[in-house]
Ligand binder design. Sequence first.
Ligand SMILES: *Cc1c(COP(=O)(O)O)cnc(C)c1O
Length: 502
Amino acid sequence: MSGYLDWIPPKIASKLFRCLRNTPHVRKRLDEKYDKILGELRTKTRPYKNSHTTYSSIPEIGRDRNDILKEMEQIGAAETSQWKDGFVSGAVYHGDDEHIEFLNKVYAVHSQSNPLHPDVWPSSTKYEAEIVAMTAEMLGAKGTSKDTGADEEICGVVSSGGTESILLAMKAYRDRARAARGIRKPEMIVPSTAHAAFDKAAQYFNIKIIRVPVDHRFRADVDETRRAITKNTIVIVGSAPSFPHGIIDPIEQLSELARQRSIGFHTDACLGGFVLPWARKLGYDIPPFDFALPGVTSISADTHKYGYAPKGTSVVLYRGSDLRRYQYFKVADWPGGLYFSPTLAGSRPGALSAACWASMVAVGQHGYMQAVQRIIQTASAIKKEIERMPDLHVLGEPLWVIAFGSETLDVYRVMDCMTAKHWSLNGLHKPACLHLCVTLRHTQPGAPERFIHDLKEAVEYVKANPQTEGGMAPVYGMAATLPVRSVIEDLLERYIDLLYEV
Ligand SMILES: *Cc1c(COP(=O)(O)O)cnc(C)c1O
């Protein structure tokens, strides 16, 4: 089904397809195609189907707690070695036993706490305020002057993850623009490589997203950004670095562009917030990306990535409390009482904020710096080896997220081959490539060598067997050649459905 609509302009093809999709013939062909792809994935997403009881209703009499725990420990253990031994890109950023056990203890101490009730758990308030303060200081808050008289102090909140931090910031810009400038049709300008969370924000909050291309080094194009500015632009975005290729956008120029026009500028440092400041201190050449730049008005930084906190926390920071207030939710006439919440959720897991705080305090500046040193050294060794492989090339000049593609091979077949060797890499497209996001897991002795060894074998295998069937390669192949996004979006919807089948 690839390629036969290539000659039609994408917009028209898309419309045409939406009509065609509902004709019985096309519907049937598509459903067959989806079933074939999803059938394979269905088994993969349900490895416990035969070995463990499946519950589709609450058991009438509760099971013995020890018995449950034993079963869950078994399941957990089966899933540990892949990430623990460093076969997974990103995902688990620290993962040492000692650190995990410490975080688990902290969780147990505060498992009942909920920041929604600051009167009952003032500890949550303390932890979150200090997480924000420590992150702000790390990202250049110190030295941003109060002497201008302007509301310039860096402030923020703790959210549930990078996506929520980004959603909140975009909502704040939208609401401020509506209140202060009467903008009813807000637009945001976002590099093509910035995270999908910006599309999510655009969809959820009715903001038009304008994606600008990146240059040959995978950095946001400043001139294209300038040209995309309109009177409705509420925010410009840059990544430090981007998720796909680990490349830092020209934040200085982009944020200056925004500042000169009194537009907000968001640095997405979800991935780099807890890496770049330490890399700079170690002497790596890190371009400015944080609040040291006067045009940067907000930053997202994920504590649950390189902050080494357990999953479920991130920080979003603002220049000035005025901007932060546009993020808040409050309602004065609800019969349930005077209600407010700083973020998207109502009740929140205070234990995760406690564990995040504990992680930051336990690791300390020296710990973060040492970790970054190990990660960047490991990544640069891997990068060098990939660059020496004639069939592969590294995209741009990344520090620790190594994206690579191929001119000679189907790189998704290489990915499938790596999957068969127990690896979990990220498949990316536009252009076709894969990446390994290096974490502390990959700094274990022997881990980088094993990656390169397996990658070389995978490349040799694909060269020898270019016709292998199955895996993700055909899905990415389809995504690349179809002019109609909706087929892939259909497929993704069906995949999500599948995740909730019992
Ligand atoms: C991970 C990431 C996000 C989204 O974070 P989640 O915690 O997965 O919601 C956003 N931007 C970048 C650059 C990221 O790496």
